[in-house]
Design a protein around this ligand. Structure first.
Ligand code: FAD
Length: 238
């Protein structure tokens, strides 16, 4: 029913205290064919029951001709996959995956300005989309990435997004930190950022990615702002 692929875990980068980047290279494919925003599902040796071993992770790199994907994975203390991926597996080991799957991708042509709202590793599918869209100069639209986390040392892909914002005025990057005291940038949660900036921009489309507490709250707030369901898309991590 599903096609599973063996891959080699070619590299682990301990990027932030709680999030690492992982690179998988498929052993039996010349190219991993996916749309920016999709995810793969790994079958990890963390449970005797098959379905309880599966964990999905968004692909963080833009589509290309390679057979490698990059993932950004957060450590969650006591989580079965977290404990395995952060404490047991090593570079060179084999990981079995299926996919890419998922419908969290952009339309072929972007007709509206887009706001991407995420917390933590929820930035992964947006990184894929943003660098994919950059190849088409964002179809002439504006993209605003709003990334929230607690502390400055947990900002993912910061240099890349800052550099992109420097070189392309169509891309805006806002980081908001909820717990960092000595932070001169935006403080607080992601919600305040879009509420302040998009109240009077009804043609904007919103894409949300992360855990349920953030997504539920954003959907509720956006609805109150007048953005109905056809303007808000989301990927729920759990
Ligand atoms: C489509 C999709 C894409 C995903 N992409 C990513 C990704 O790119 N990066 C990534 O790190 N994760 C991603 N996830 C989440 C991932 O699949 C796992 O759920 C996560 O790694 C936790 O697995 P675990 O086995 O460590 O925890 P489990 O043993 O499954 O978790 C135990 C409990 O903790 C909760 N939990 C676990 N982690 C968190 C957290 N960080 N915040 C709040 N509650 C949590 C779970 O809901 C569960 O109730 C994605 C999930 C989906 C469905």
């Amino acid at each position: 029913m599903w096609t599973w692929h063996d891959s080699t875990l070619t590299k682990i980068e301990k990027t932030t205290p709680t999030t690492w980047r992982f690179w998988l290279k498929a052993k039996d494919l010349d190219k991993i064919d996916f749309r920016a925003g999709q995810f793969i599902t790994m079958d990890l040796p963390i449970h005797e029951r098959r379905r309880k071993r599966w964990r999905s992770y968004s692909i963080a790199n833009a589509p290309n001709e390679k057979n490698t994907v990059e993932l950004a994975i957060a450590y969650y203390e006591g989580g079965l996959a977290s404990e395995y991926l952060f404490k047991e597996i090593n570079e060179g080991d084999t990981i079995t995956f299926k996919g890419p799957d998922g419908a969290f991708y952009l339309p072929p042509k972007i007709e509206n300005d887009l706001v991407f709202v995420c917390t933590g590793t929820g930035v992964a599918p947006f990184r894929s989309m943003i660098f994919d869209l950059e190849k088409r100069d964002f179809d002439g639209r504006n993209i605003h990435l709003i990334f929230g986390t607690r502390y400055e040392n947990a900002i993912l892909y910061r240099e890349e997004f800052e550099a992109l914002a420097e070189r392309n005025p169509r891309f805006r990057y806002t980081v908001t930190l909820s717990r960092e005291e000595n932070w001169e940038g935006v403080k607080g949660y992601v919600h305040q950022v879009y509420e302040t900036e998009y109240a009077d921009k009804p043609n904007t489309r919103f894409y949300l990615c992360g855990w349920q507490y953030m997504i539920d709250e954003a959907r509720e707030r956006l609805e109150k702002m007048g953005f109905d369901k056809t303007k808000v898309f989301y990927e729920l991590y759990g």
